[in-house]
Design a protein around this ligand. Sequence first.
Ligand code: FAD
Length: 495
Amino acid sequence: MTAEIPEILRSDEVDGASDEVDVLVVGFGMAGACAAVEAAEAGARVLVIDRGGAGGSTSAMAGGHFYLGGGTAVQVATGHADTAEQMYKYLEAASPDPDPEKLRLYCDGSVEHFEWLERQGVRFERSYYPGKAVIQPGTEGLMYTGNEKVWPFRDVAEPAPRGHKVPVPGDKGGARMVIELLEKRFRSLGGEIRYETGATGLVTDRRGGVVGARWRHFTESGVIRAAAVVLTAGGYACNPDMVAAYTSRLAHGVTPLGSTYDDGLGIRMGISAGGATRHMDRAFVSAPFYPPPELLNGIVVNKLGNRFVAEDAYHGRTAAYVFQQPDAVAYLIVDSESVGTPRYGTVPFIDGWESVPEMEQELDLPEGSLRGTLEEYNHDAARGADPRFHKHPDWLRPLDVGPWAAYDLTPGKATYVGFTLGGLRTDVDGAVLTETGNPIAGLHAAGACASNIAQDSDGYSSGTRLGEGSFFGRRAGRHAAGAARTTTARGGSRR
Ligand SMILES: Cc1cc2nc3c(=O)[nH]c(=O)nc-3n(C[C@H](O)[C@H](O)[C@H](O)COP(=O)(O)OP(=O)(O)OC[C@H]3O[C@@H](n4cnc5c(N)ncnc54)[C@H](O)[C@@H]3O)c2cc1C
């Protein structure tokens, strides 16, 4: 693997092209599929190339959560009031660097986007899973997948569940179904997809605008000329060199979550044309210790025996706080009423002890530290309060029924998984921007290739990646088709 930026080919050096199209989409994951369908619906001649043997790679592995709200048919049918304004307030509070224009469009357009997905053939079940879990175990259409009920967010915005899941049970790669439907739709619009064909670099004109891409298919190679190129080639979790260069959080004790094609080549191609990046140091990380939900009654402490997070937080938020602790050491402590076996088996059980002092000693915590933490926690929990971290009363119960047990949440002991969140800087229509904020002619990006709403693990909600990738992918496709029309109207392609 490499973190190298691929070379640009100047258009006047191109010796013939294999194809000439309006829009070239690089990568047929969720973002690329949505871009391709929209561009084709807008009347553009669209060609998709994808390195994989089939569509979707990482998207096809996804459980299938889409973060949508503002009053979708599933929210309405299951009796969950929500508005675009409450969704906006929540996402704004959850983002370290909120982009008001993108957030506004995403929240205001969420119901329409839900309906568009259903028009492609995805029927979200009108049902709700009330439990605390990483993903609905069945085909329920809706559940909470973020920190909406967690402090301070519950005080900022009215909580509402927004994790819409495709009707495929559990975490069995439900998003593949959406990719397949989009592929069918795209082909029915006359679009062409070439698999096992990877883009290797961009082609630019005299002014630096993007006018095509180089491709490789086994031993064959060539150039496709396009009035607009949409980069939707995914993130870079599986490129150790890029992870080391940009995202140290993922480099130690975290197993990359993604496909082998997540090597960041799309992002690097965007950089090669002058595209700026945003949030490249950020990643989603997680080692979910729930379900079973009873474990949320426990407390999480660091190597000093102190709590540091509301334990009912979304698993990505808890993980983010673990990494901020001294030596990233963390333990989940429970009493005999809260003990359980983590569903994902990634958080190892250490042992059980008859007394707290024994546990404190075995875990090598400072003498008296865990005892003090538990005394304070139990005292407050008995009156339904958690003044330090504001854990929701639903999960507050004194941990006073021995024996006590501990699970190891330390990265390296617990298996943390993660993926990158940074990508190319784009405007609301997916146009790739330079560091000074100018759009690069002919270049768009969306999905894990771009930086949009998902910005860090602390504020991440499951479904944001597929939600924003599909939403801004559609916008990028439409805008690319429009840009291609303008180029054609001006008398042909840019050379
Ligand atoms: C196990 C798992 C579960 C997940 N569950 C969820 C979930 O439920 N909800 C959610 O929001 N997120 C989820 N995620 C994250 C989410 O799946 C990804 O962030 C998202 O699918 C990225 O979509 P994308 O279209 O940007 O990229 P991808 O799906 O990675 O698609 C990129 C495509 O580009 C192709 N490609 C790469 N390089 C090139 C090249 N040079 N030339 C041509 N083609 C190229 C690849 O082959 C691939 O088909 C999950 C991730 C994993 C791994």
